[in-house]
Design a protein around this ligand. Structure first.
Ligand code: CTP
Length: 454
């Protein structure tokens, strides 16, 4: 059996320290302990992965509780699935040197300092799954590592590496997974896999596109059968939303979306939804414009690219339907607002911008909008005139400041009230339109504004 110790040693010292710590604690409990799932796949492929998925042949929850106690970490129990998540919150201590890490022993309270902020470890009891109903969440019961690997989605995600003392680094492969990985092939472990869990229809496309793997013949046939049975339509929309977001977050999103449409269609999002070549072009433009924004405005707020993709994908739906879809999938309010605003404002903004000449009028049109909508409007327009106005807003007008504040207004005898805001706005618009430049000029402009208001 293949041994992956050398590969494990090439992981970051932090990961290695974490593994040794877990292994030593599992030794105290006399529990066999394994790393499983995507981490093992990525380890073999040489892809860096920070998400540790640990399986214990024993009481995983009890083990996780003790681990969290010793690491002074947060402990979140998911009773239904016999799993727990540990979130290490230590913020102050440095990462260990490799030799230091290797020497870590899980004595009470000592471990926290070897981990960085927000590190997350998933820990589970090795388990069997029974799907009582297609597309519903399974009932789980304790099992062996073989059961645990056998319940998984695809063979490439169904390997484990033992980290138990004495077996450290040993690959555990009951399902010819290693061979599939070597052949860059994705295969389900049994014929009901997509029926039990139709979210796998979307997951498989993510892995296929991410690694440029192929779908094994029978797997592809099973996928098509599950699509024909409309299995995706039977899944709770919230689970579909999570899968869609993961697709939108893949590096090759546009390719992934195309493939999802080709294999599964978009009926699971909404029966009337189609993927047109215009939409595909817009998805690409959204990506490019987002990249441009990131590179040119590194200090501005980070934008969630995936929400831009969502907005483009749903743009063609009638407004009421769009609202309904966003509600059914329970996207966050702020995400839904962007999608709705893009649908209703993008075209309107371009028209309004055509007529806007002064910086303040451009500012008034764009300032109320979310950056995401502005980026999408920029991606959408082909007119240089409009593009330039959008870019001027981002580069020059937005973030422009005046010196005057409420203090100055009070000092000039203006009574506090709603008109404070009005005066400050008037001043800002005047500044954008270059009616003054220096602080002194601003003050005398302000005095005139106040006089005019009296
Ligand atoms: N899994 C599964 N069926 C699912 C979801 C997950 O069998 N519907 C299993 C797979 O073994 C997977 C593991 O749970 O490897 C962890 O799930 P997740 O973190 O979603 O997958 P990763 O393989 O780690 O994927 P990624 O690299 O995208 O994080």
């Amino acid at each position: 059996m293949e041994n992956l110790t050398e590969k494990l040693k090439s992981c970051s010292s932090e990961i290695l320290a974490r593994l040794k710590f877990i292994a030593a604690l599992a030794g105290e409990f006399n529990y066999p302990v394994y790393i499983v799932g995507g981490f093992v796949r990525d380890l073999i492929l040489g892809v860096e992965d920070f998400d540790l998925d640990i399986v214990i042949e024993g009481d995983g929850i009890h083990f996780a509780k003790e681990l969290s106690h010793r690491l002074k970490a947060d402990f979140i129990k998911h009773r239904r699935f016999q799993t727990a998540t540990i979130v290490i919150k230590d913020k102050t201590h440095p990462h260990p040197a490799p030799q230091e890490a290797a020497a870590v022993k899980p004595s009470s309270g000592a471990g926290g300092r070897f981990f960085s902020i927000g590190t997350k470890i998933d820990i589970a009891t090795a388990r069997k799954e029974i799907y009582e109903q297609p597309a519903a969440l399974p009932r789980v019961s304790p099992g062996t590592i073989k059961d645990d690997l056998g319940r998984r989605d695809f063979s490439i995600n169904a390997m484990a590496v033992s980290i138990s003392e004495g077996a450290f680094g040993q690959l555990v492969d009951f399902y010819d997974s290693r061979e599939d990985l070597r052949n860059r092939r994705i295969r389900v472990l049994h014929s009901l896999s997509f029926i039990d869990d139709p979210t796998r229809l979307l997951r498989i496309i993510r892995f296929e596109q991410r690694f440029n793997f192929s779908l094994e013949k029978t797997t592809l046939r099973l996928l098509k059968e599950a699509v024909n049975l409309k299995m995706l339509q039977k899944v709770h929309k919230h689970r579909l939303r999570d899968e869609l977001i993961l697709i939108f977050k893949e590096p090759q999103t546009v390719r992934c979306i195309k493939r999802v449409y080709a294999l599964c269609g978009f009926e699971f999002i909404h029966p009337g939804l189609r993927l047109s070549s215009k939409m595909l072009a817009m998805l690409k433009k959204a990506n490019e414009t987002h990249m441009w924004f990131k590179n040119n405005f590194p200090h501005k707020r980070r934008l969630e690219l995936w929400v831009l993709y969502l907005a483009v994908l749903l743009e063609g739906l009638p407004s009421l339907t769009l609202r309904k879809v966003l509600m059914e999938f329970a996207f966050h309010k702020s995400e839904s607002k962007i999608v709705l605003s893009y649908k209703s404002d993008a075209q309107r903004i371009s028209l309004k911008l055509k007529g806007a000449v002064s910086p303040s009028s451009i500012y008034k049109i764009l300032e109320p909008l979310r950056y995401e909508v502005i980026i999408l409007a920029l991606a959408k327009t082909n007119e240089a005139r409009i593009k330039n106005k959008l870019i001027d807003f981002l580069r020059l007008y937005n973030g422009s400041r005046i010196f005057t504040s409420g203090h100055e207004l009070k000092a000039l005898g203006v009574q506090p009230g709603p008109h404070f805001k009005e005066i400050l706005k008037t001043l800002l618009y005047a500044k954008l339109d270059k009616k003054f430049h220096t602080k002194e000029e601003e003050l005398s402009y302000l005095q005139n504004v106040i006089l005019a208001k009296r």
